[in-house]
Design a protein around this ligand. Structure first.
Ligand SMILES: Cc1cc2nc3c(=O)[nH]c(=O)nc-3n(C[C@H](O)[C@H](O)[C@H](O)COP(=O)(O)O)c2cc1C
Length: 204
């Protein structure tokens, strides 16, 4: 049973969340986790050449393969991660989703569980809008959306950190100076586990 975790990350926060989601999925017996990244735009790659920090994060991801349509095809479940851009997912991840017309026409993603996670600079920078809008194309593809229930530890909170019923989140800070909190990581693992468990139940 293949659980695909596909994400985009420029400054590393979504990458850390992706690793936690993957660890959660891996904890389910029979799950084989496939970690993939959304392809970078050439134009952005050139900008990253001149940014030491983003360059370091890009180096950290060089051994993670770019997600292909076959990765999506072969997956029994998919968990999508993207930083927030103006309250929405990044164009890099959207580009991958927009390349799935053949999969859509052949119904190849139908019935597969899906989850979403994100990172924002600020507490109210659009975590929920990003997660909810990420789900829209997945519903068109016929995927079954899985969220995070309130029974997961740390879900009811009032402090500035991530964790929503629509999916795991983290607050990166205006200059990316923050890192996912231990609670963010617990919630990210819980989504990975829940999606993998759902896929397992659906396979019967
Ligand atoms: C063009 C652009 C738009 C952004 N829009 C938002 C936003 O709407 N809300 C927010 O909190 N952060 C916003 N950010 C900050 C990113 O969400 C932040 O850099 C990201 O969560 C870090 O994730 P990463 O380390 O995985 O790249 C924006 C950043 C850029 C470059």
């Amino acid at each position: 049973m293949k659980i695909l975790v596909v994400y985009y990350s420029m400054y590393g926060h979504t990458l850390e969340m992706a690793k936690a989601v993957a660890a959660g999925a891996e904890s389910v017996r029979g799950a084989e986790v496939v970690l993939r990244r959304a392809e970078e735009f050439e134009k952005v790659d050139k900008i990253i050449d001149g940014n030491e920090f983003a360059g370091k994060i890009r180096d950290q991801q060089k051994d993670i393969p770019v997600c292909s349509l076959d990765d999506l095809r072969e997956a029994d479940a998919v968990i999508f991660g993207s930083p927030t851009r103006y309250g929405n997912m990044t164009a890099q991840l959207k580009q991958l989703i927009d390349s799935t017309a053949d999969l859509w026409m052949n119904g190849e993603m139908e019935g597969k569980p899906a989850g979403c996670f994100t990172s924002t600079a600020s507490m109210h920078g659009g975590q929920e809008t990003t997660l909810l809008t990420m789900m829209v194309p997945l519903i068109h593809l016929g995927m079954i959306i899985v969220g995070v229930p309130y029974s997961v530890e740390g879900m009811i909170h009032t402090e500035a950190r991530g964790g929503t019923p629509y999916g795991p989140t983290t607050v990166a800070g205006p200059t990316g100076e923050l890192q996912p909190t231990p609670e963010d990581i617990v919630i990210a693992k819980a989504l990975g586990k829940r999606v993998a468990e759902t896929a397992k139940k659906l396979r019967g």
